[in-house]
Ligand binder design. Structure first.
Ligand code: HEC
Length: 109
């Protein structure tokens, strides 16, 4: 009985894997940028100060940024560029307009 996979089988497996990664990546370009720039404060954890603060001041259902349907994209962009209380601002050098547009679309989708 042959137990090792042939080289061709491996090639197909790896090609399939790469395709699904590429698909996930292009489907939500804002997700990766959100993870890099915002998740440490707006993720789903007790250490995430943004999530905690929004839960206290806006209400439990508004604690998590991702999935908020009440925030206009323009507002998200303005908060990120200007900062808000404990939240620092992000310059275009730190976060490009394109990345910010992707993040705003991801958060409010
Ligand atoms: C260092 C922590 C920190 C980081 C990093 C951070 N935030 Fe915040 N964010 C906060 C805090 C704290 C608040 C609550 C401000 C307040 O008290 O009004 C907040 C509030 C906000 C609000 C206002 C929500 C509302 O209901 O009014 C938006 C929008 C927002 N953040 C978006 C982002 C995005 C997008 C990123 C990433 C580009 C980000 N934040 C990164 C800490 C952070």
């Amino acid at each position: 009985m042959k137990t090792r996979l042939s080289r061709q089988t491996w090639t197909w497996l790896i090609a399939g894997l790469l395709c699904s990664i590429a698909q996930a990546w292009t489907a939500e370009p804002g997700a990766a940028a959100f993870t890099r720039n915002c998740a440490q404060c707006h993720g789903n954890s007790p250490e995430a100060v943004g999530t905690q603060q929004l839960g206290r001041t806006r209400g439990k259902d508004k604690a998590l940024l991702v999935g908020r349907k009440d925030l206009p994209k323009e507002y998200v962009r303005a908060v990120v560029r200007n900062g808000l209380k404990a939240m620092p601002s992000f310059t275009p050098a730190a976060l490009t307009d394109a990345e910010l547009a992707d993040i705003a679309a991801y958060v409010t989708r």
